[in-house]
Each structure stands twice: as C-alpha cells, then as structure tokens.
Design a protein. Structure first.
Length: 110
C-alpha cells in the first residue's frame, strides 16, 4: 500500500535557521499521527509545508502522489484550494481508547 503522506529527507531553512533538518516518515491513509515537541521544533513549519502554505528547501513532501517540491506557485495555489485532506483537531478527552492514549495524545493529523 502506498503512503498517503511521504516525507523524505525534508529540509526547511529560513536564511541561516534550519527549521527542519532532513526528517523522513510515512503516513498511511487512516493512520492517526501526533505531532509533539517543544516550541520551535518545526511542527507548524511541517504542517504549513503539507498544506501548501510554505515551500521546502530540499527533500520531498509527497501527498496523495503529489510531490509538493515540484509545484509552481500557481500549482500550490490550486493545491491549497482543491486539496482539503489536511485537518488538525484536538482529540477530546475520552475520544481515544485507553490503550492508545499514551501513543496518540495531543493534536492529530488525520
């Protein structure tokens, strides 16, 4: 099965600041993923890249087979307007079964 989201060696730099440093992971359709980390660790940067709001410096961010690194600015505008797969939501207490709470607590990408 192909991953719905594939992140491969993704780097994002703002001038001399490296916000994301070569991260790689895959997310399968229907999989819940928690993005957790301290302030400034790159969570929002990653979400902005996946949502087409920001561009990556190098590597690949592939969503439903679309390599965001290869999209022009006009294509990114179209992607933002048409691809509404990205939803962030807080998981309300009791919504996640007890056996999954430690692994999946906090904001989720679904």
């Amino acid at each position: 099965m192909n991953a719905q989201v594939r992140i491969e060696s993704l780097v994002k730099e703002y001038g001399t600041l490296r916000a994301l440093n070569g991260i790689s992971f895959h997310i399968q359709a229907g999989e819940w993923v928690a993005l957790m980390g301290p302030s400034g660790s790159g969570k929002t940067t990653l979400i902005n890249i996946l949502g087409g709001l920001d561009t990556l410096t190098s590597g690949h961010a592939i969503v439903d087979g679309v390599d965001l690194a290869k999209l022009s600015e006009n294509d990114l505008v179209r992607y933002r307007a048409e691809e509404n797969w990205l939803r962030l939501s807080a998981v309300p207490p009791g919504a996640v079964p007890e056996r999954h709470r430690e692994r999946n607590a906090g904001p989720v990408l679904s």
